[in-house]
Design a protein around this ligand. Sequence first.
Ligand SMILES: [Zn+2]
Length: 255
Amino acid sequence: MMTHYTPANSITGQIARRLRPFQNRREIAFTLDRPLVSISFDDFPISAIENGSDVMETHGWRGTFYTSAALERVSNHHGVHFSRGHLTGLQARGHEIAGHTLDHVDCTTLSQSQLINQIEQNKTLLRAMGVTQSLNGFAYPFGAANSDLKQVLSERFDAIRGIHDGVHRKKADLNELKACGIYSDTVGKIIARIQDLARRPAWLILFTHDICPSPSQWGCTPGEFDRILLALKTVNAQVLPVRDAVALLRGHYAQ
Ligand SMILES: [Zn+2]
């Protein structure tokens, strides 16, 4: 049998990416009279707690942690990653722990059985580390998704986050939620977007990795993260984990 590989930057790949947001959607519709914002942390390094969620807690806010269990205590370009005590501590303080692939592999490179292994083993390991909450959320590693994946994962997760940039006005696709990366070079754009939420309320999902004085290209400094939180405070945003934001929106279905 002939196998076919489509490189990511081919014309067909580009067309597939453009069409994907319209395929296998799971839409919710809503109206908001106040900005709604979810802050998420991917993988995740310990600095996301110490300089991220710990600071959120001083405002009474909680976040979502998309966790790859195999990264436990691993040190890489994002710094040293979580250990089980971090997971149980976050859970006890009301944060959402959610799924990612076990080894942080790109879902689009996996067969369906490999994919299911990666997400189920990840859940099993997180449970073994003491996570007792539902684990009903998921984020595509590298934001890599396709129409088939959206279908398969929608049977296993309640809300799935991608990395397509944007905010959700009036509707959201729970199979591939849009999100904006908080990186040193995007902070200004995000703050402008938050200010715009005051005029036109919407649901904005943010994500980042390491938060430290010399962050990676996919992280930010503690000062930059604080500026984001201050902007959220200024527009009186409601800040909720993705799980809780979806629950809120389900109570606001547009007719
Ligand atoms: Zn990731």
